[in-house]
Design a protein around this ligand. Structure first.
Ligand code: 5GP
Length: 118
């Protein structure tokens, strides 16, 4: 059972601004955006708390998240300008929701490794 906030969003128990969905991935706007575009991509069917819990059999999920983000960037017309994807693992990286997710940040120059506002 995925009792995280993102589990509730997957089950539509919590509202979210969903901008992308396919068979395996859900994409929705971050509630506290750190860039003009800030979308989170999560696996829908499998609950993996952190990247450190990912098994070799589940590795394809990360590829699915990245492909979803790349597709969204093309669809929204900012792929050519560029974007950043980030995954945080546990406390030192600032992970707050323990269901793996890919941050997509875009819409302005982000600075090397820096994320505005953090
Ligand atoms: P983390 O810090 O774990 O890498 O990223 C979790 C992200 O989830 C944060 O950027 C935070 O703003 C976002 N977040 C937390 N709660 C909610 C929520 O209820 N709805 C949405 N859309 N985003 C959330």
């Amino acid at each position: 059972m995925n009792d995280t906030i993102f589990g509730k969003i997957i089950r539509r128990e919590l509202p979210a601004s969903i901008v992308y969905e396919d068979d395996e991935v859900l994409g929705f706007k971050d509630i506290a955006p750190q860039a003009p575009v800030h979308v989170l991509f999560i696996p829908k069917a499998v609950h993996v708390p952190t990247l450190d819990d990912l098994t070799p059999e589940q590795a394809f999920l990360v590829g699915k998240l990245i492909l979803a983000a790349a597709q969204y960037a093309r669809d929204e017309g900012f792929a050519q300008n560029g974007y950043r994807v980030v995954m945080n693992c546990r406390q030192d990286a600032g992970q707050t929701v323990y269901h793996i997710h890919l941050h997509l940040l875009a819409g302005a120059p982000l600075g090397h490794f820096g994320v505005p506002g953090r």
